[in-house]
Design a protein around this ligand. Sequence first.
Ligand code: SF4
Ligand code: SF4
Length: 129
Amino acid sequence: MQPSVKCIVNTCTHYLYGDRCGAGNIDIMHEEETKMSEIVEQTMCKTFSHARNLLSYVGSADNVNWTGSAIGLLNPDYQVTPTIACTVASCKYWGEGAICIAEGIEVTGANSNECQDTNCQTFVRRDGA
Ligand code: SF4
Ligand code: SF4
């Protein structure tokens, strides 16, 4: 089963009230491409696009879960779940093929201005350090 996604990044075009994400897929990545994340703050949701930027919304329109978003707008309890592609292999929930094996993840970074301000709060270092 794919993990549920809770997100509080209210400045993102994909944000749906009720702390849900209306994107079709989200990419969770290391903030710095060449550096393995060791703490939550070094991860990010790369799919973040700022709601104030109309062009970014148009640009991300092909990555919208339209059906889920439409039902989600009408029903605050409806679970809208994007697929997750994650490259954070240093996380204990990471699985071969860029999948996340956690039951659910939480994306944080309220009032974020750019994707680097967001985090996968569910990240836990694989080696437990
Ligand atoms: S920051 Fe990521 S998880 Fe949150 S609403 Fe935007 S695309 Fe979805
Ligand atoms: S919990 Fe770990 S594997 Fe899952 S999306 Fe977050 S960083 Fe990636």
